[in-house]
Design a protein around this ligand. Sequence first.
Ligand SMILES: C[S@@+](CC[C@H](N)C(=O)[O-])C[C@H]1O[C@@H](n2cnc3c(N)ncnc32)[C@H](O)[C@@H]1O
Length: 340
Amino acid sequence: MANGFRKNLLVQVAQMINLEITKLVLKAFAKRIPFFRGLLWWLRSLRKSSILHGMTSREEQQYCRSYTHDTYTGIGEIVDLGCWLGSTTIPLAQGLRKNLNRYTRRERIHAYDLFLWEKWMDPYMPGCRKTYSPGESFLGEYKARTRKYSSLIRIYPGDLHQLGWIGKPIEFLLVDAMKSQELAESIVKCFYPSLIPEKSLLLHQDFKHFYTSWIHLIQYRLRDYFSFETDIPNSSSVVFRLKKRLEYDPSVVDFKSFTDREVDQAFDYSMALVGGNNSNIAAAKVMYFIHQDRTVEAKRVLDGFYHDGFAKESELAICEQRLAGTLVRAAIQSDSEQLV
Ligand SMILES: C[S@@+](CC[C@H](N)C(=O)[O-])C[C@H]1O[C@@H](n2cnc3c(N)ncnc32)[C@H](O)[C@@H]1O
């Protein structure tokens, strides 16, 4: 009886192993044929239809997953700047885990964030494990969400200004932390020089976001170094590929040295990359002048975009509101100065 049970168990285990091997062989074979590769990805995306909590769209998450699964070679590291709740780290890790290339996967994803809750994050609280107050650490939340992949990830809690980079070659750099000119400078200085010519991809998650106007100035001055790779649909992300070795040159981030003519050229260049009239990139141009307190110029540029038919139902509306607020404040200030 005991012998019969053991034999049965052994047969079942052997059948399971056999089935897994057959599945692996079929998958490896199918991946070599484009039609089957597409089919596999489609089936996989159906299985992973639940979108991860964060500020990324399904398309951005799928891009990260398929990049590390199909394209990543392992000659450099994967860096996720501004990883927040892990909505890019997790798909990067999911793809990496299934990548069949031979290289060590341990701590290949380097995830940077302050991990400190801010007021503007409140609308995303409902998807979190607990309630956070401004200034409170959400590092535990990030660790819990990414626990399944923890061996693949090295976490860098803190200010990336101070943390910098360990200097290893970077094969994939995801940037969602160029939130100020100072951060943009740090990232260009510490991370860009580690990108590998012809190989590395740079994903700017804020390329089509109104606030971060300096991204366009930087990418314009570096236009000989990067080629356009892709514009991820239904997202703000645009991906570039490094063409040739890039040393840090402070003039690239010398934002005061940009003439208005060069600013025009930079935004024209960005718009052309994504196929023309993009209202959010237009909004970033308006924001460039708002950041500089040049409200008259900002208004002129905004009206020009509206005149040219750019969609009002876009981030241009946010700039319009900000501009109105700035103009009202300026009027109050001038009135009170005249009263004094
Ligand atoms: C827009 S959120 C990132 C969202 C995330 N990429 C997503 O799509 O779900 C920007 C992140 O940058 C982080 N950040 C801002 N300044 C930083 C700094 N100086 N060092 C490190 N991280 C920073 C913030 O804490 C925040 O989590």
